[in-house]
Design a protein around this ligand. Structure first.
Ligand SMILES: *Cc1c(COP(=O)(O)O)cnc(C)c1O
Length: 423
């Protein structure tokens, strides 16, 4: 592939596409099509990833086995349902940089966040606070507040917020360090969104975890915007837990099941408080319907229910693509693709568009959040009318996520042309 410096013209963008070793993956996805027959410029994979063409077959296989086998499908299906989730574990673990014993696909994201806080938010008289970002995703905030209240504390005093400095959008690492240093002894849990859904900031999990642990805090991350987007290296980060959904960068369909990580160091700890169900119980005696709960080793012990196979099938189809493409290669293209978007946005008329996502590519994923001076939603409506699907956040931010699996350099170029004309 061509190295930077980039060039600001269509022919150059097309050349990058021709030389893109991952370019062929685009054909493996269904691209939403405009009434004109042209595909949309789809930059919303951070909200709902596109459907792999292989998903239908994977789901139909399970429908067919259910049709033909009924309950026997649990053991006789082409992919038996009883252990079906295990088919996903290695590939999901590779996507998030974890060991198989640390990863399971189960429930949905906010459910997993609650389950993790049941185990890893254990407030005590002098240590009951949770540290979150001031602009945390609403569901995370509701989950954290309700956990705090559940334990009898007041969110107003128990929730500590990390805030960017006035005039800045992202939170500086030194400010995170300072807050942990100053308040760490009173913090029971550090729980950050990584990558931040609004600014696209990718926090340094390893540093945050180390500083948190040094102060006796437990540390977890919501990686909804990180999984399939950035190299998470969850195991090496040392984080106690992480949760993420599969319908954003992981292209597994609306509301599809979520991922959950619990660090290996907790894999055999039976003393952890936990909400349990039969799917977390020893597989050999699960159907013996014994009264006493015998937890599986690792994160599988947190499973509650037998999982929806149709959703697992969709995730499996998607993970096969990730395994084929490889997270390292995807990240390599992503850096180039988002770097190109950044380069083109920087060439727009001065003062119009400000990139609030970190300029250091190590501190972001594929998403750039563009703050448009003096804009309102009509700007977004104008670019939508030109075939762009991105995401508008009040008051003045467009989130644009060029996804390396299916977006092209040409699309990035076309998007910025449309934006330029709409400004
Ligand atoms: C997308 C997202 C959610 C959504 O939660 P669900 O339980 O899947 O509906 C929650 N938190 C963050 C940070 C997200 O990005």
């Amino acid at each position: 592939m061509l190295a930077t410096p980039y060039a600001n013209n269509l022919a150059y963008a097309q050349q990058l596409d021709r030389e893109d070793p991952l370019g062929h993956f685009r054909q493996r996805f269904h691209l939403p099509v405009q009434p004109s027959g042209q595909p949309y410029l789809y930059f919303c994979g951070n909200s709902l990833g596109l459907q792999p063409k292989s998903t239908r077959q994977a789901v139909e296989q399970e429908l067919l086995d259910w049709q033909n086998l009924g309950v026997e499908g649990h053991v006789q299906a082409a992919n038996p349902w009883l252990p079906y989730h295990e088919l996903l574990t290695d590939k999901m673990a590779a996507v998030v940089g974890a060991k198989p014993i640390e990863v399971v696909v189960m429930n949905t994201l906010t459910v997993n966040l609650h389950l993790m806080m049941v185990s890893f938010y254990r407030p005590k008289a002098n240590r009951f606070k949770i540290l979150i970002e001031a602009d945390a995703f609403p569901s995370d905030r509701y989950a954290v507040s309700s956990q705090v209240q559940f334990h009898g504390y007041d969110p107003a005093t128990a929730i500590l917020e990390l805030r960017a400095r006035p005039g800045e959008a992202c939170i500086r690492q030194e400010d995170i360090d300072r807050v942990i240093e100053q308040h760490g002894e009173h913090i029971a849990l550090i729980m950050l969104g990584n990558t931040n859904y609004y600014t696209g900031q990718f926090f340094d999990m390893k540093t945050i975890t180390a500083r948190g642990h040094a102060k006796g805090c437990l540390v977890g991350f919501d990686c909804a915007h990180g999984a399939g987007n950035v190299p998470l290296e969850l195991h090496d980060s040392g984080a106690d837990f992480a949760v993420w959904c599969s319908y954003k960068y992981l292209n597994s369909g609306p509301g599809s099941l979520a991922g959950c990580f619990v660090h290996e160091r907790h894999a055999y700890d039976r003393s952890l408080p936990r909400f349990t169900g039969w799917w977390g119980h020893n597989k050999d005696t699960r159907f013996g319907m014994r009264d006493d709960f015998d937890p599986l080793p690792g994160v599988e012990a947190w499973q509650l229910s037998n999982p929806p196979i149709l959703s697992l099938a969709a995730i499996r189809a998607s993970l096969d693509i990730f395994a084929e493409a490889g997270m390292n290669q995807l990240r390599e293209k992503s850096l180039l693709l988002t770097g190109y978007l950044e380069y083109l946005v920087d060439a727009l008329p001065a003062g119009k568009v400000k990139i609030i996502t970190p300029r250091d590519s190590a501190q972001r994923g594929c998403q750039l959040s563009l703050q448009v001076t003096g804009a309102d939603k009509t700007l977004y409506q104008r670019i939508s009318a030109q075939g762009v699907i991105a995401d508008w956040r009040e008051p003045d931010v467009i989130r644009v996520a060029p996804v390396p699996l299916y977006n092209t350099f040409t699309e990035v170029f076309q998007f910025v042309e449309i934006l330029k004309n709409a400004l």
